[in-house]
Write a protein that binds this ligand. Structure first.
Ligand SMILES: [Zn+2]
Length: 200
């Protein structure tokens, strides 16, 4: 196994150099031939799924920001909260600790980063395709605001597109779908109801 099979994004976001984990660390040569701990830790953390959107991994969502392995083997994970009010952070934290534990990292610290704030623009192309495959309309471009993001309670316009037929001739049924992050729509073309993930 080599780093070559890892996407560039993964390599750039984890500390993987042999210098950090090799010289003077007391690890055997065989250990150093394996995938660097930070890469293994990133890959394990990246498989954790969002509790409210289980078709998306934390990597798909853009929630997983950084995975580092300290010299004592402690994994430090930085995640960022998604929708305000979505009570998902505690579950994500527990899932990360459990998943990394299964991968052989018993000590895990999860840090919550608020800056820069997460936006639905951070959802990857892979994540958007996974949403569509699950029958959920992916968010359109997020509204650009400086400073704190106001939480509007009034009617909002989304950029929903039917995940089944692709039509944009859709009608808002309810501002709140199965979770507060979603709005419920109905397609006027194929008449199917669907969830739309709100822009943020
Ligand atoms: Zn449709």
């Amino acid at each position: 196994m080599t780093d070559a099979r890892l996407p560039g994004k993964v390599c750039s976001r984890v500390r993987t150099s042999q210098a950090e984990f090799g010289e003077g660390s007391g690890h055997s040569a065989a250990y150093l031939d394996e995938q660097p701990p930070a890469s293994r830790a990133w890959e394990a953390a990246a498989t954790v799924t969002d509790p409210e959107l289980p078709m998306l991994t934390l990597a798909d969502l853009g929630v997983l920001r950084q995975v580092e392995v300290a010299e004592d083997g402690t994994v430090e994970v930085a995640i960022t909260p998604t929708y305000s009010g979505c009570p998902a952070m505690a579950t994500m934290r527990d899932d990360l600790v459990r998943r990394l534990g299964e991968e052989g990292f018993p000590a895990v610290r999860v840090r919550v980063e608020l800056d820069p704030p997460w936006s639905t623009d951070d959802i990857t192309a892979h994540g958007r395709e996974a949403l569509r495959a699950a029958g959920i309309s992916a968010p359109g471009p997020a509204p650009r605001t400086a400073g704190p993001v106001p939480l509007s309670l009034g009617p909002v316009r989304h950029r929903a597109r039917c995940p089944r037929c692709g039509s944009t001739d859709v009608a808002l049924t309810s501002e709140f779908g199965s979770t507060a992050c979603r709005a419920l729509y109905r397609c006027r073309e194929c008449l199917e109801p669907f969830d739309h993930l709100k822009e943020l």
